[in-house]
Design a protein around this ligand. Sequence first.
Ligand code: TYD
Length: 207
Amino acid sequence: MEGLFLSFEGIDGSGKSTQARRLAATLRAEGRDVVLTREPGGSPGAEEIRRLVLEGDPDRWSAETELLLFTAARRDHLERTIRPAIAKGQIVICDRFADSTRIYQGVTRGDLRAKVDALHALIIGEEPRLTFLVDIDPKIGLARAKGRQTAEERFEDMGLEMQARMRSAFLELAKEQAQRFHVIDGGQAEEDVAAAIRATLTSVLDV
Ligand code: TYD
C-alpha cells in the first residue's frame, strides 16, 4: 500500500503548524498511521542543519549558501524520513517543504527562483500530493509570530512589508500549481480552518 505525502505552507504566524498538528491528530483518531514532520528538519541530520540556518546573525549566510543548506536538509529528510514512511503506507504531513524555499529564498532573498527550481529538479524532484496554503493577513501573522519567544528569529524579524510580499508570492505559486495547492482562509476560527482542511482531503483525495 502506497502512503500519502501532504504539506502545509504559509507565512510566519499563519497558523499552519497548529493546523498540521490538528490534521495529524484527527487522522490518527480515525485510525490512520500518520507521520508529522517539519522543515527545515525532520531527520537528525536535517535538525542539525536547522540550527545553522535559523539561529544567529541575519547576515550569517548569503542567499545562495542558505539555499544549499535548506536543500541539503531537505534531501536528508526525504531519504531518512519521508520516503521510508510513504513506502510503509503512512500519511506524511510536512510543515513546510520545497514551496517555502521557492518563496523565502526564491523571492525574498534575491531573485533566486531559477536556481531554486534547478536545484530542486536536480536534488529533490518530488512534490507533495496535496499542499495546504494557510493564507493570512500579514498583520495578523506577524503579531502572532512576534508573540512567540524563540531563538529562531532570523526570518521573523523581516517585518510586515516582507511578509506581505511573501503572502502574494505564495498565492501566485498556488495559482501556478493549482492541481496541488489548496488555499485555506487562515483568518477563520481555528476549528473552522481545521474543518475546511479535513473536508478538502475528502473531496480531493477521498481520504
Ligand atoms: P519555523 O520556526 O518552522 O517557522 P514556522 O513555524 O513559521 O514554520 O521556521 C522556519 C523558518 O524558515 C520560516 O521563517 C521559513 C524559513 N524557511 C526558509 O526560508 N526556507 C525553507 O526552505 C524552509 C523550509 C523554511
